[in-house]
Design a binder for this molecule. Structure first.
Ligand code: HEM
Length: 486
């Protein structure tokens, strides 16, 4: 048993107490789980443990402890927990972020890294700029649909990069959210009662409707990814699919057609979801902070008059970078972190961490440390721009920046998409600031502003996104829109 494995004199981590096997699932709210974890970190400290249906979760909100466990001890902390709702997710070469630690993860990660490293920056800029122009036009026509439009146009970017085919963007969004929904707590009984997965191969399907649903979801995703790969092979573009062809010729692993299709499909899915959330949070922040819209737009008018920003402008756009960095801090897209599973029992600072624990880097709490981020709940980009704030760092031609910050994860599992995100966030958010101004919607009868709940985020296992909100959007500069052909 675990307690007999625990060395003498070694303590259990503090944390909320619950039932012997089940732990505290009844104390973890399905909505805004990160707020509960944040509250517990105030009570139990920067590293604490809770149990949910037999799984130990170690929740960490201190950068030094994370550095020690997830970087220095990465040999032990680079795996992933099991996802009962997707049997096989740890070893099927399908979803790189869910693979357990081992050669198979290394192979998938090297290939994904190769695809992203070989992506010419010009192509990413071109694809993103075109999608952003269409996005702005659509947003100006239908601002209350901002949530869905942002996801659709982020998806157009990743679908074009992956397969040279933006027309399947909507299908990609649906595929992405079907996966996310499926792995969310409570979506199937498997997440709540993991032992049911033992029956997967034993019981007839009619007794396991969740199995039938999962197999259907997987089959449709598989067909989608293989079809797009096949179509892309005959198209003359620089898509990831074609990069893969050259990789194959050099005989560097990934020989299987399906494995390659999965790698590209997985990047298309996670890329589109994660590119959209910061833009959605940015729009909500801007509805509350017209003053930052003005400051951001003034900077863009000065640095890139009559055109949209490009990566070579980044050094001259500290206000834009501060707005983006503050958006990632204010509403982290992955507020409780992506779990790293430990492979062996371990002891940290006199505390026992059993093997197969899931270690969570609690981004929400790290980004709310009052000694580093005074007034942490407010959206204040000036904390990155004025020397009186603890986060201020020079030179302003480089800082603030999102690349390399802890929200992209740790050690062997660190996000591979950081350059991608930096460019796409910059073009989408910079173009929005240059072209439009947004505001809370006004009630047509009373003329009063319709409030937007800035904490109303939809929970999925790892990513979050805001629920739909209502807003107004107007062209900021007709001249700019005209010169851009919008
Ligand atoms: C706002 C945008 C994004 C954020 C905040 C983000 C954050 C993260 C985080 C926290 C992880 C897990 C790290 C860990 O376990 O320690 C991760 C993994 C990953 N990300 Fe990102 N990401 C973003 C966008 C993207 C994009 C656009 C791509 C691809 C185009 C991408 C590709 C990946 C991949 C492939 C992994 C899996 C790495 C592995 O398990 O070995 N990410 N990301």
């Amino acid at each position: 048993t675990r307690s007999s494995r625990k060395p003498q004199g070694i303590k259990d981590l503090p944390g909320p107490q619950g039932l012997p096997y089940a732990g505290v699932p009844h104390k973890v709210p399905p909505k805004r789980t990160w707020l509960k974890f944040h509250e517990w970190s105030k009570i139990y400290g920067p590293i604490y443990k809770l149990k949910i249906m037999g799984e130990d979760l170690v929740v960490v909100s201190d950068l030094k402890i994370l550095e020690e466990l997830l970087v220095k001890r990465k040999a032990n902390y680079s795996s992933r927990p099991e996802y009962p709702a997707i049997p096989g997710a740890n070893h099927d070469m399908r979803y790189l972020p869910l693979l357990s630690h081992g050669d198979h993860h290394g192979r998938a990660r090297r290939f994904a890294h190769h695809l992203l490293a070989k992506l010419p920056q010009d192509r990413l800029v071109d694809v993103t700029t075109r999608a952003t122009k269409d996005y702005i036009q659509a947003l100006l026509q239908d601002p209350c649909n901002a949530k869905a439009l942002t996801e659709l146009y982020a998806s157009r970017i990743t679908c074009e990069i992956s397969w040279g085919n933006p027309t399947v963007a909507q299908k990609n969004v649906e595929t992405a959210w079907a996966l996310m929904h499926h792995v969310s707590p409570g979506a199937t009984p498997l997440s709540k009662l993991p032992f049911l997965s033992l029956a997967w191969d034993l019981l007839p399907d009619f007794l396991q409707p969740w199995k039938v649903n999962e197999l259907a979801r997987r089959a449709s995703e598989r067909e989608f990814w293989l079809t797009e790969q096949e179509k892309a092979r005959y198209a003359n573009n620089d898509s990831f699919t074609l990069t893969r062809e050259t990789y194959k010729q050099r005989d560097k692993g990934i020989s299987d057609e399906e494995e390659a299709a999965n790698s590209v499909g997985m990047l298309t899915v996670i890329g589109s979801l994660l590119l959209a959330t910061p833009v959605q949070s940015f729009l909500i922040a801007m509805c509350h902070h017209p003053e930052w819209q003005v400051k951001g737009a003034e900077e863009l008018d000065r640095v890139c008059p009559g055109r949209l920003p490009t990566p070579s402008d980044l050094k001259d756009l500290p206000v834009l970078r501060a707005i983006i960095r503050e958006t990632h801090r204010w509403r982290p897209p992955i507020p409780i972190g992506a779990p790293h599973a430990s492979e062996q029992d371990d002891v940290y600072n006199g505390y026992f961490i059993p093997k197969k624990s899931s270690v969570l880097a609690l981004a929400w709490t790290i980004e709310r440390d009052e000694s580093v981020f005074p007034d942490p709940d407010s959206f204040r980009p000036e904390r990155w721009l004025e020397p009186t704030w603890p986060t201020y760092k020079e030179p302003l031609t480089i800082y603030p920046q999102i690349k390399g910050h802890h929200g992209f994860g740790w050690g062997n599992r660190m996000c591979l998409g950081q350059d991608f995100v930096e460019i796409v966030n910059m073009i989408m958010i910079g173009s929005l600031l240059a072209c439009c101004s947004v505001a809370k919607k006004r009630d047509p009868l009373t003329g009063g502003e319709i409030e937007i709940d800035t904490m109303d985020y939809e929970p999925f296992t790892i990513f979050v996104r805001p629920y739909a909100w209502e807003m107004e959007a107007k062209p900021r500069s007709e001249g700019l829109l005209k010169s851009l052909d919008l």
